[in-house]
Design a protein around this ligand. Sequence first.
Ligand SMILES: NC(=O)c1ccc[n+]([C@@H]2O[C@H](COP(=O)([O-])OP(=O)(O)OC[C@H]3O[C@@H](n4cnc5c(N)ncnc54)[C@H](OP(=O)(O)O)[C@@H]3O)[C@@H](O)[C@H]2O)c1
Length: 260
Amino acid sequence: MTGADTLALPAIPSFRLDGKRALVTGASRGIGFAAAAALAAQGAEVVLCARSGTALERACDALTSAGHRARPLVLDVTDLAAVENVLAAEPPFQVLVNCAGMARHGPFVEARPADFDAVVNVNLRAAFFLAQNVSRRLIEAGETGSIINVSSQMGHVGGVDRSVYCATKHALEGMTKAMAIELARHGIRVNTLCPTFVDTELVRSTLADPERRAWIMSRICLGRLAQLGDLTGPLLLLASDAGAMMTGSALVVDGGWTAA
Ligand SMILES: NC(=O)c1ccc[n+]([C@@H]2O[C@H](COP(=O)([O-])OP(=O)(O)OC[C@H]3O[C@@H](n4cnc5c(N)ncnc54)[C@H](OP(=O)(O)O)[C@@H]3O)[C@@H](O)[C@H]2O)c1
């Protein structure tokens, strides 16, 4: 066969993250911990952030015992002055996973301003300003990066008793698209990861309610809750060069919930 007949193989990008620094908020347990473990396993040096130092030490021990590079950062992401101080003392992060989140579910007509403010503060306001901070540092350093905002299938549909939570997750989707178009010229990609229900502390009371559990299982076409591991492949796609052409997108990992 002559050279002219040879079909060129496409360049297959890598999921590896060697040489990258990753900051994961809400990393002491649940989805954030799974994200930190996945990034570390691909070679990133991971900083795990949450408010509880004890829980963070335990999470970091699990990662370092497995031979990964991880360290704790005790930080309340809603404290914007503290966030600014901490990031000023750090080299830039090439990967940010905005995963810290909370919920105060209940009927729309009973939602109180204090509940609204608390959930918006963590799920949206803190994510916005942390992403702004990380982006500024990358731009100053002339480096590229990937920001992953952990949204939800509830960023695309409504859910029972979830008016406040849905408000924050739909807003994260819009914020992500707007950030993506501004940051693209700096080589910073911004996407959301949108899981269906995963059995974590956040949703334990919902899953314990037989009526709510039946609603959930009736909506997930694949017939099961997501496992933490189901989220790690999609997360790594967004974080790595494997997702180099993805920005402003929502990667829905919902077992078909929003397709129906
Ligand atoms: N589980 C699900 O079914 C599901 C589905 C879709 C989307 N999500 C989203 O996934 C994300 C993680 O949820 P999860 O289920 O893993 O929740 P989780 O198990 O309750 O974990 C929440 C994490 O966020 C941290 N956190 C909360 N407030 C914080 C603050 N102010 N500053 C810093 N860290 C804070 C918590 O640690 P400390 O309390 O020690 O600070 C913990 O590490 C959330 O954004 C959630 O909305 C979850």
